[in-house]
Design a protein around this ligand. Structure first.
Ligand code: PBG
Ligand code: ZN
Length: 324
């Protein structure tokens, strides 16, 4: 019998040696934790499609942000459910709505925690699209002003970073122009640069009550079949002034995460979206998978693919599991 000349198993022989040669190590600082804020006070209602994630009033969002901060997570991403909707989505830039209130309270309580806001119109428009409508289609250029105005209201509330998720052409430049004109040149932009029209957003649309009331998002979000187009989208957002570029969803698009990482020098964020989360939670609830192991394996895979930042609903659990 010839003996193997090379034995990769030597470096798997003990936990200590495996630790020495480990290439990808998750840390609390990798994560961004999303929060869903709603009107009212003392509200903390679990979202049925996303077990473990809650609708939080602004006061309770502060408590949840504190938990994240206490675990060493550097940032939260704030989504909001307004108390009124109209065809322009005007509650999106209303200073008295949940996002603006929560941002101010969180920054007040924890100035050192980074607060990022999702900037989009779909939670605020009566029709549920990510911009305003003209002739049955989302009007790109008219939507830009609404989106920029929303980002400005988040900056005014104290947001450190705004994250436009609408996929309108030119929105990064529109936001950058308005923020700079109003003296918010220090507020950064994390653009949802390569955001696909995905079935994985299903649970989120329940959570954010943002499902389109007619049609779908395929005239603005990307076709899942396209990779070269993702590179073009990222390039455009960088030219327009994005500071961080995001790929979303994460798991079915890890090739895109890797390509964006290799092709550009900006930090890359990947969004481990609601459907990815809900599938793991459902399987774990049935005892079909080992939740801590599958979550850490998944998040390691996203980081290994090239993500510098992982936005995930698992963030709090993941940090606790990393620590044991
Ligand atoms: C709003 C927005 C969505 C998500 C983030 N921002 C939903 C959508 O585009 O339909 C999805 C997040 C998730 O599924 O976790 N445009
Ligand atoms: Zn939207």
């Amino acid at each position: 019998m010839t003996k193997p000349l090379i034995r990769p198993r030597r470096l798997r022989a003990s936990a200590a040696i495996r630790a020495l040669v480990r290439e990808t190590v998750l840390a609390p600082a990798d994560f961004v934790y999303p929060l869903f804020v709603v009107p009212g006070e003392k509200v903390r209602n679990e979202i049925p499609s996303m077990p473990g994630i809650h609708h939080l009033s602004a006061d309770m969002a502060v408590a949840e942000a504190k938990a994240a901060h206490g675990l060493g997570i550097p940032a939260v991403l704030v989504f909001g459910l307004p108390d009124y909707k109209d065809d322009q989505g005007s509650s999106a830039w209303d200073a008295n709505q949940p996002v603006q209130r929560a941002v101010a309270l969180i920054k007040d309580a924890m100035p050192e925690l980074a607060v990022i806001t999702d900037v989009c119109m779909c939670e605020y428009t009566s029709h549920g699209h990510c911009g305003c409508i003209k002739d049955g289609d989302v009007d790109n250029d008219a939507s830009l002003a609404l989106i920029a105005r929303t980002a400005l209201s988040h900056a005014a509330a104290g947001a450190d970073m705004v994250a436009p998720s609408d996929m309108m052409d030119g929105r990064v430049a529109a936001i950058r122009d308005l923020l700079d004109a109003e003296g918010y040149e220090k507020v950064s932009i994390m653009s949802y640069a390569a955001k696909y029209a995905s079935a994985y957003y299903g649970p989120f649309r329940d959570a954010a009550q943002s499902a389109p009331q007619f049609g779908d998002r395929r005239s603005y979000q990307m076709d899942p079949a396209n990779a070269r187009e993702a590179i073009k989208e990222v390039e455009l957002d960088i030219e327009e002034g994005a500071d961080i570029v995001m790929v979303k969803p994460a798991l079915a698009y890890l090739d895109i995460v890797r390509q964006v990482k290799d092709d550009f020098l900006l930090p890359v964020a990947a969004y481990n979206v609601s459907g990815e989360y809900a599938m793991v939670k459902a399987a774990a609830a049935n005892g079909w998978v080992d939740e801590p192991r599958i979550v850490l394996e998944t998040l390691t895979g996203i980081k290994r693919a090239g993500a510098d930042i992982i936005i995930t609903y698992h963030a709090l659990d993941a940090v606790r599991w990393l620590q044991r």
